[in-house]
Write a protein that binds this ligand. Structure first.
Ligand SMILES: Cc1cc2nc3c(=O)[nH]c(=O)nc-3n(C[C@H](O)[C@H](O)[C@H](O)COP(=O)(O)OP(=O)(O)OC[C@H]3O[C@@H](n4cnc5c(N)ncnc54)[C@H](O)[C@@H]3O)c2cc1C
Length: 413
C-alpha cells in the first residue's frame, strides 16, 4: 500500500498525458506563522480544487495545503471521462445493496455530472468540457443478454439510454460488437485545466494556497488543527482530506485498494477517422478498454489495469502496456491512425463496491475526507465537494451513508 508519508506525485504517475497546463496555477506561499481559517483542505488535485471552489462560494475562509504542484498527482494522469455510469454495473450494485439503494447511487452520480456541467458553465471555466454520450459495449463475459438486463434496470431507475443490437451499433458507430447501451448525460474535460481554473476561482475569493506537507492532524476537540512539516500549525473549524491515493492512517478503510492503470493518446486524427458524436466508449467486461477524443482530435485509450501500487513495477510494465493498448486501439478502431503521441500510467484507487469513501472520518467529527475513487473519480469528487459543504454547514442526509468511510464490506454482511 502507498505510504502516505513518502509517496510523491512521481510515484502516482509515470509519463505524460496530453493535457495542457491551462490557465496558470495561482501562486502558493510558505507560512512564517501559525494561522486560523474556517476550513483547511489538504490536497490540491481535482478533489481539493472542487472543494475549495464550492466552500469559498459558500462563504468559508479556506486554506488549501499541497506539498507539491497542485494538479500534478493523479489528476494529471486522469483520462477525464466524466461519466455517471459507475464502475460496478447497476445490476451488480443492486445485487450487493438492493435495487432502491443502487438506483439512488446511480441517480446521484447522474446529477453530479449535471451539477459539474452547470458549475463549469456558470464559472465560464475554459477546460475543454464537452457533453458527450457514452457507448457501453458488450465485451468478454458481458454479452447482449447481460446488457439487456442492465438496460432494463436502468430504465426502471429512470436513467436514460438506448439498447443497440449488433447491426444498429455497427451502422451508427462502426463498432463490431454484439450490442451496446448508448446513454446521454456524460462529458469530457481536460482535468489539469479544470483543476487549475477552479483553484484560480477559489483564490480569487480569498482562498490561500500553502506549499507544505501536512504531517499530523488533530480533530478530536472543538476545533481542528493540521501540523505542517515546515513547523507551522493551521487551526480550523474543519479539516478536509483530499490527498488522493495516499490515504492517511486515520482514514484507513478495508474497502479500499490501490492498483495501476495505463493510457495512451494518439497524434491528432483527421476528423473523418473518428467515430460519430465522439462519444465516450467503454467495454463492459472486467478486463476492459475505454476511449475518448480530445479537443484537438487525439484518441485517448486506457485500461490494462494491474493489482500493483508499486511505482517501479508500473514503470517497468510501461512499454508492454503501451503495445497492448495500441493493439486494442487497432482492434476497436481499425480505421484510426495508431500513431503514438503520449503514453502514461497512474495509481488508481478502487473500492470493493465501486463507491467512493466520502464523509466524516470516524472518531474525528471535524475531519472530513474524500477518497477511494475508481473510473468515476472526478464525478465522485464533485459529489464529495457538495456533501462536504453540506456537512460543514451542519446538514446531513440519510443517503450520505451510501458513501460512508466506515460502511461495512458488503461481502461480510
Ligand atoms: C490512468 C488513469 C485514468 C483515469 N481516468 C479517469 C477518468 O476517465 N475519469 C475519472 O473521473 N477519473 C479517472 N481517473 C481517476 C482520477 O484521476 C482520480 O480519481 C482523481 O484524479 C483523484 O484526484 P485527487 O484530487 O483526489 O488526487 P490527486 O490528484 O492525487 O491530488 C492529491 C494531492 O494531495 C497532495 N498531498 C498528498 N499528501 C499530502 C500531504 N500529506 N500534505 C500535503 N499535500 C498532500 C498531493 O501532492 C496531490 O497534489 C483516472 C486515474 C488514472 C490513474
Amino acid at each position: 500500500m502507498l505510504d502516505p508519508d513518502s509517496t510523491r506525485q512521481n510515484d502516482l504517475r509515470s509519463g505524460r498525458g496530453p493535457w495542457l497546463a491551462g490557465p496558470p496555477r495561482p501562486a502558493s506561499e510558505g507560512l512564517d506563522s501559525d494561522i486560523r481559517c474556517d476550513v483547511v483542505i489538504v490536497g490540491g488535485g481535482i478533489t481539493g480544487a472542487l472543494a475549495a471552489e464550492h466552500l469559498t462560494a459558500l462563504g468559508h475562509d479556506v486554506v488549501l495545503v499541497d506539498r507539491e504542484r497542485e494538479g500534478f498527482g493523479s489528476t494529471a494522469a486522469s483520462t477525464a471521462m466524466l461519466q455517471w455510469e459507475i464502475d460496478l454495473p447497476l445490476r451488480r450494485l443492486a445485487a450487493l445493496y438492493g435495487f432502491e439503494k443502487a438506483a439512488d447511487v446511480y441517480r446521484r452520480s447522474f446529477k453530479a455530472v449535471e451539477g459539474l456541467r452547470e458549475r463549469i458553465a456558470q464559472l465560464e471555466v475554459n477546460c475543454g468540457f464537452v457533453p458527450r454520450d457514452t457507448v457501453y459495449l458488450a465485451a468478454g463475459e458481458v454479452g447482449p443478454r447481460e446488457l439487456r438486463d442492465e438496460w432494463s434496470l436502468r430504465e426502471k431507475a429512470g436513467l436514460p439510454g438506448t439498447l443497440l443490437d449488433h447491426a444498429a451499433l455497427l451502422g451508427t458507430f462502426g463498432f463490431d460488437r454484439a450490442a451496446a447501451i448508448v446513454s446521454p448525460g456524460s462529458a469530457e474535460a481536460d482535468p489539469l485545466s479544470l483543476c487549475h481554473a477552479l483553484l484560480r476561482v477559489a483564490a480569487g475569493r480569498g482562498a490561500r494556497l500553502i506549499r507544505d506537507e501536512a504531517i499530523s492532524y488533530d480533530a478530536t476537540s472543538g476545533s481542528a488543527a493540521v501540523q505542517l512539516a515546515g513547523g507551522r500549525t493551521i487551526e480550523a473549524g474543519h479539516v478536509v482530506l483530499a490527498t488522493g491515493y495516499t490515504m492517511p492512517d486515520c482514514v484507513g478503510s478495508d474497502l479500499h485498494r490501490v492498483a495501476s492503470s495505463w493510457a495512451i493518446a494518439t497524434l491528432p486524427q483527421p476528423p473523418a477517422l473518428l467515430w460519430p458524436g465522439r462519444s465516450l466508449v467503454w467495454e463492459a467486461s472486467e478486463d476492459y478498454v475505454y476511449c475518448r477524443t480530445t479537443i484537438d482530435g487525439r484518441i485517448v485509450l486506457g485500461g490494462e489495469d494491474e493489482e500493483t501500487d508499486d511505482p517501479e513495477e508500473r514503470q517497468r510494465l510501461g512499454p508492454k502496456k503501451t503495445q497492448a493498448l495500441l493493439g486494442k486501439l487497432r482492434a476497436l478502431l481499425p480505421g484510426a491512425e495508431p500513431t503514438l503521441g503520449h503514453a502514461w500510467s497512474g495509481a488508481f484507487g478502487q473500492t470493493v463496491d465501486g463507491l467512493p469513501l466520502i464523509g466524516r472520518v470516524p472518531g474525528a467529527s471535524r475531519m472530513l475526507a474524500a477518497y477511494g475513487y475508481g473510473g468515476n473519480g472526478i464525478t465522485f469528487s464533485f459529489l464529495a465537494s457538495r456533501m462536504i459543504g453540506a456537512l460543514i454547514g451542519g446538514k446531513d442526509a440519510s443517503w450520505f451513508g451510501h458513501f460512508a468511510i466506515d460502511r461495512p464490506d458488503p461481502a461480510k454482511l
